[in-house]
Design a protein around this ligand. Structure first.
Ligand SMILES: [Cu+2]
Length: 332
């Protein structure tokens, strides 16, 4: 191999490996913090191991052939050994390896889809470009940030009311398409508390790249407290004058035509449910952190942050905007 070829190969390997490790925030495919991803990465390593083995053996023969050269002209004896070699190397070994892979794949696939009686059902709907989240048994609705208890089997029912999206949390489970007019189910158990990033894995329009979400895996106790808090939010009333004014502005302006805040006049579903927006850590499907400045900026003109999204700029006076921000922040 010439020196230039070696350099080119090294650069290419470096580029391929650059995708691994590093940024802790990025979703990892072989994370294995959910029952499903654990099984999938187990299968992945098995296939990788077998493939690497085959690669080394074949590579070894190629090296051997190159080193040995043609040698003496082929006689009768070597032809007979070639025969056995083709039977074993060309038919028996590939068959055994492929059948092993097939058996483990079928086994893994059926284990992934097995329903359990203790499941927590979560309905997720892919919107343009955000995720609506509902816990039918808990009577809780939220958006973009999905809280789940560790250790309990989860059943996600995935839908879309527009184009096809795909729900993917690499560290917890495989992808599941969100298809209009069809319920798809994704079952897994998250094992380790933490916040995991999810994303839309099917191109769905201009803001596809900003259609992310978070899965917040909590201990069962923390999750129970979160759910109880969510259930009481609709009985909450503003605790000061500014927040009360914010609520009036919200209910009497365009906001109420697109958003729902349980327990108020705002009961629309075009935008995310804002009943608990004060406890969310991000806005706009993980576009920006949920801070006072970002919240005001989003309401004023979210088009600069997420061009083409379905929320038009809102023209509020400075004091109305402040009041709405204070009101929304109190919803937690
Ligand atoms: Cu999408």
């Amino acid at each position: 191999m010439t020196r230039r070829r070696v350099v080119v190969l090294l650069v290419m390997a470096g580029m391929m490996l650059a995708g691994c490790g590093g940024n802790r925030q990025s979703p990892k495919i072989l994370g294995g913090n959910g029952s499903e991803s654990h099984r999938v990465s187990g299968l992945w390593w098995l296939i990788f191991g077998l493939a690497a083995f085959v690669y080394l053996v074949v590579g070894g023969f190629i090296v051997l052939a190159a080193v040995r050269g043609r040698g003496t002209p082929a006689g009768r004896r070597s032809r007979i050994t070639d025969h056995g070699f083709i039977w074993v190397g060309g038919i028996i070994a590939p068959l055994a390896i492929l059948m092993t892979v097939a058996a483990f794949t079928v086994n893994t696939t059926s284990a992934l889809r097995k329903p359990s009686s203790r499941e927590l059902r979560i309905n997720v709907v892919g919107k343009r470009w955000w995720w609506a989240v509902e816990y039918p048994t808990l009577r809780v609705t939220t958006a973009n940030e999905i809280h789940v208890p560790a250790g309990q089997p989860l059943e996600f029912r995935i839908d879309s009311d527009n184009v096809i999206h795909s729900f993917w949390v690499p560290q917890l489970a495989g992808k599941m398409d969100a298809i209009p007019g069809q319920h798809n189910y994704l079952r897994f158990t998250a094992t380790k508390p933490g916040t995991y990033r999810g994303l839309c894995a099917e191109y769905c329009g201009t803001q596809h790249a900003w259609m992310e979400f978070l899965v917040v895996v909590q201990t069962p106790g923390d999750f129970g407290r979160w759910a109880t808090r969510e259930q009481t939010l609709s009985n909450q009333s503003p605790s000061n004058e500014q927040q009360a004014r914010g609520q009036v502005v919200f209910e009497s302006s365009a906001c109420a035509g697109c958003h729902r805040i349980r327990g108020t006049q705002a009961q629309a579903d075009l935008g995310p449910d804002l009943t608990d927006v004060g406890q969310r850590t991000t806005l706009g499907s993980v576009r920006i952190p949920n801070t006072t400045g970002n919240l005001a900026g989003w309401i004023g003109n979210s088009q600069t942050l997420k061009p083409g999204n379905l929320m038009p700029p809102q023209y509020l006076s400075a004091s109305d905007l402040q009041a709405v921000v204070a009101y929304l922040q109190s919803l937690k």
